[in-house]
Write a protein that binds this ligand. Structure first.
Ligand code: PDD
Length: 286
């Protein structure tokens, strides 16, 4: 089945979809995005992603391409047209194009570009990767200072994943001024003596939608949480660790820089949180 995608008001086969070569998303990474997961054909935490999208657009003075109700409609239609039971919906809004390349933003009434596509991922919830747990390396965080805005400037995160792959690992955690910021495409946590530790929200990290939900669910399950800066050495000495993201939910981490955590298998808190998160999210999906 050929994939149907959405581009600026039209539903098209992916081979017929196109965007201008002058689009600022292409030329300047002048664009923001969201990734929303789909379970049982329904959207997980759509509202959280829609609210963050609006915030990213406002921070960059990019015009909102359509109403949030219309966005929901487009998400649902793509999920249906592509028969997605488990997978992801990728959405990108760019500042658009005024038909040339110029560092200066185009006129404020330039139409933004809106692109959405689905990714079919059968078995996303029941993933073998989550049963095994992830091995990570630590690398310097050399990204820009507004990581709270979900821009498409993802070259360094991509390079980080490649560095991890080269080292025989799955992913990388980023370290700045001696402290872990987050993973290449997820938020980072460790657990010591039953307490979950994660970095507090600021401009230094993305305000994960999964993070918010998981911390709420952990608190409801009477788990202890501490939001503070932490070093990679603390994480290496932890009982367990994990990451959160819309694309991998709660992912146990079993090794950091070659040091196995606990017995080197996914820890009980990460496993429990994954179960709770999947369960609650399925119930609240729309
Ligand atoms: N990445 N931190 C970074 C740098 C991210 O790129 C992401 C998400 C997260 C987790 O945010 P959320 O829980 O809202 O997905 C944290 C997405 C999934 C991606 O780029 O594919």
């Amino acid at each position: 089945m050929t994939r149907t995608v959405y581009v600026n008001g039209e539903y098209l086969p992916e081979s017929e979809a196109s965007i201008s070569i002058f689009d600022r998303g292409f030329l300047f990474a002048d664009a923001v995005y969201e990734v929303t997961s789909v379970l049982d054909g329904k959207l997980i935490d759509f509202e959280g992603h829609a609210v963050r999208l609006k915030r990213s657009l406002d921070e960059l003075d990019i015009v909102q391409p359509c109403s949030m109700d219309e966005l929901l409609e487009i998400h649902r239609k793509l999920v249906e047209l592509n028969g997605i039971d488990e997978g992801l919906v990728y959405l990108q809004v760019t500042r658009g194009s005024d038909g040339d390349r110029d560092f200066v933003f185009p006129a404020a009434d330039t139409k933004p570009s809106l692109v959405l596509f689905t990714q079919n991922k059968p078995g996303l919830a029941d993933s073998p990767a989550a049963q095994k747990g992830a091995k990570i390396i630590s690398i310097d965080d050399i990204r820009w200072g507004r990581r709270d805005i979900k821009t498409v400037q993802l070259l360094y995160p991509s390079m980080g994943k490649m560095m991890a792959k080269k080292a025989g690992c799955d992913d990388a955690w980023l370290v700045e001024d001696g402290y872990v910021t987050e993973g290449t495409s997820n938020n980072a946590y460790f657990v010591k003596n039953g307490k979950i530790v994660t970095r507090p929200l600021s401009n230094d990290i993305l305000h994960g939608i999964t993070r918010k939900a998981v911390l709420r669910m952990a608190a409801e399950a009477q788990m202890e949480i501490e939001e503070r800066l932490f070093t990679i050495d603390e994480a290496k000495e932890a009982d367990e660790a994990f990451t959160t993201s819309a694309s991998a939910f709660v992912m146990p981490v079993v090794e950091i820089d070659g040091v196995a955590l606990g017995d080197g298998t996914p820890g009980p808190i990460a496993k429990r949180l994954r179960e709770i998160y999947l369960d609650e999210s399925r119930k609240a999906a729309i």
